[in-house]
Write a protein that binds this ligand. Sequence first.
Ligand code: NAD
Length: 498
Amino acid sequence: MTGRISHWIDGKPWSGVADRTGDVFDPATGEVSSKVDFASTSEVAEAVAAASRAFPGWRGTSLAGRTKVLFAFRELLSARKGDLAKIVTSEHGKVESDAAGEIARALENVEYACGAAQMLKGGFSENASTGVDVYSIAQPLGVVGVISPFNFPAMVPLWFVPNAIASGNTVVLKPSEKDPSAANFIAELFAEAGLPDGVLNVLHGDKVAVDGLLEHKDVKAISFVGSTPIARYVYETGTRNGKRVQALGGAKNHMVVLPDADLDLAADAAVSAGFGSAGERCMAVSVVVAVGPVGDELVGKVADRISGLRVGNGHEPESEMGPLVTAAHHTRVKSYVDAGVESGASLVVDGRGIEVEGAAGGYWLGPTLFDHVRPEMSIYTDEIFGPVLAVVRAESYAEALELINGNPYGNGTAIFTNDGGAARRFQNEVEVGMVGVNVPIPVPVSYYSFGGWKDSLFGDSHAYGPEGFHFFTRTKVVTSRWLDPSHGGVNLGFPRNS
Ligand code: NAD
């Protein structure tokens, strides 16, 4: 008996009957665990209407009132994080400790949004002209859409929702149809925290729901995270429809290892960042660039570490890496391994034959390592989004840098070295939005902002942090005179300050 997952509109589960539904799978068994409703344009309209109705009241709620809800939500999320981690594992497949990690990061974003009062302060200039004061106010946009990917079903919605509602907006969240339950759990916790009905709505579905939000005249802004082709489409369609859009896309993150690096540290980092969450992270390291003579030793150390990794059901505490998210994604990732072999890369560790006891139907692929990968091979050019790590050999720092800067993606990168000068040069010269120095997954903390460059982000605002508040507000500047209003009569000249 499978459950049903439906929309959350106006503070309650949607009670209608969906025209279309999708299957949600347990990736560790391959079994259908539930059916999720797919929104048609009329459900999109319902969700946007609920958010529109809620907007005047929420916009008018004091900063103290809004942050009170966020503080209460923070407490509830912290208390229930174990339950949410289990939900994430059941539909995504990642191990529970990893799911707990994404929720910990999500909590930091909520905590940051609790400081909305500080972030929303405007500026004030007294006596800008004689007797004239000028001040700025940050006001909410209205109804905003958040469209999120499968790989962080809790964290990515909580990159945006807290700042959006703290700023006084109302939200329609469209999570991934592959793991939709986390979004409903979050919406229910917000309701319990005292968020008024309609301020946060969850709409499930596919392209129909996304297009509905992109085209709806009452949706003022879209925050999207997903693959690059869809991010580009969302950016182009949303902006054409007059919306403010930030669309974060895919990645191919390089980790450069210089000859003077601590190779044990680098090997630990490459394995952790390459295979954590089965490589289904936008900040996963998918390419290691071994510079100069370190290649053989580094590859040996990485291979040794891979042999100790435990792949299994994410609910079992001893598992370190879970399955891939769906059968289709499993087939796609495996086809890249086949293509890598055909193109002549050296397959050092082959994850294709893996078997997990008692779970034959799961979407398993073991950690896979290629060496001597060339930039023209598809395992280098394409975002695989699986547990496949490619090692490229480079003669010099300059060659490594050229490789990264020539890549269309620019999400994250890292350098491993003991040479501070080389690291300083790299952070200055690399064309990537988030850079790690001896840190393989440089996801910025909540009080900075997250965003890549080039094909990894369309739009000019990064996610969360200060740029998140900037994205979800528009500025109004007031010029006012109260004292000694001049009665100088009509003057058609351009106003001058004096
Ligand atoms: P995806 O692009 O397939 O889906 C993302 C969202 O878009 C989902 O809500 C989905 O329902 C919707 N969507 C899918 N196809 C669509 C279409 N044709 N038209 C309109 N909407 C559509 O991405 P995914 O597979 O869920 O997530 C993995 C991708 O997300 C990877 O490329 C990964 O790098 C990227 N990602 C990027 C970041 C980042 O911050 N840059 C973070 C997480 C994930």
